[in-house]
Write a protein that binds this ligand. Sequence first.
Ligand SMILES: CNCc1ccc(Oc2cccnc2)o1
Length: 424
Amino acid sequence: MVTLANLVLATALAAVGLASVIPPKIGTTALGNGHGTSSGRASLKQVRRPGYRFNGARDIYKTYLKYGVPVPDYLKNAVANIDALNAAALSKRENGSAAAIPIDPRFDIAYVTPVTIGTPPQTLYLDFDTGSSDLWVFSSHTPESQVRGQRIYSPEKSSTAKLLAGHTWSILYGDGSGSLGNVYTDNFTVGGVTVTSQAVQTAQQVSYSFTSQSEIHGLVGLGFSTLNTVFPNGQLTFFDNAKSTLDSPVFTADLKWKKEGTYDFGFIDETKYTGEITYLPVQTDPGYWTFTSSGYAVGDGAFHPASIVGIADTGTSLTYLPAEVVTSYWGQVDGAVDSDYYGGYVFPCSSKLPSFTFGVGPANITIPASYINYAQITEGSPVCFGGLQSSSWLGVNIWGDVALKAAFVVFNGANPPTIGWAKK
Ligand SMILES: CNCc1ccc(Oc2cccnc2)o1
């Protein structure tokens, strides 16, 4: 016996996706192939209206109206409450996409991405670096003698800038470069994603290697915020601040060989990779995107299972792996030597290089040989510098740009974080 109350209950349960105890049999639905044939069968593809947010209370409200039952006040309020929550959620969600531009057309020493800081917006090009967690910029506080062509951020020209009184920072990178200074908070936007009151670390000193690289106006750290060097209170990275407003707590890196790639925030662009994404666990202590590769192969040679613990670091140009791995690679290259004089593996530019494959769980990523022929020692030299170098002096294995640009990489900031790898 289907009573009206049961019907409402059934509709309500169905509306919230729960199987109802009374199979609602509200008339028969037209079935068929949707092409108007006379077969008496039609199927209609259900599509989600863009921006649609589910409101179960409204479905029940409609059932009351449909059967002429007076709508109780609590139900009217429920509909309004859920609409308000949905509106707030929609207004909060944002995603973004920004270019990763090689700073030198000849070889991929680093990639920069346009950002705007402050009000009115000041545009700078920053190096997005998953291997560190400070957001710092050349600024009006950087001595003019240390600024050589870089754009600067001038907090005094931004109506939304606020000094973070008593806070300082100082950072040293793996290549020996470094910078230090004080801290403001201001509006920070990349690819349409805005964080208000982002900690922006203004440089008061930069090392010569930064001064000499005019295309890099600062860094955006995308490592875990535990690595942030601001003292006495560590600050959150742009990603950690943006996470709650993104559709999904992820960013992806699609770096390219001698071409512009992209960083996406809040979504995974299925058109940017092929096959499946393999997700691996991330060790977040001390704060790098640390994962374990499952082994390697040189060229078409046999795959060597191994556990290679390393960090995914968009801020490092080359890839640094254990000595036994790189000696087995360079052993396949005529004339390759690990040169103290040149500071790493070099080889005759005329030599043929094999590709390099590294394992990511049951899957793998292959770095084409061309990516490993990194650059001539100097313009016109017959000696070339390898993109695969030994990590023995570093104390950590680093999957830098030479490896990352061979893949589509998902930095998943959920709890627990994971890192995803896909071919492209
Ligand atoms: C090349 N020295 C200046 C410079 C540009 C970008 C960075 O930053 C780095 C360097 C190494 C590792 N991680 C980030 O330093």
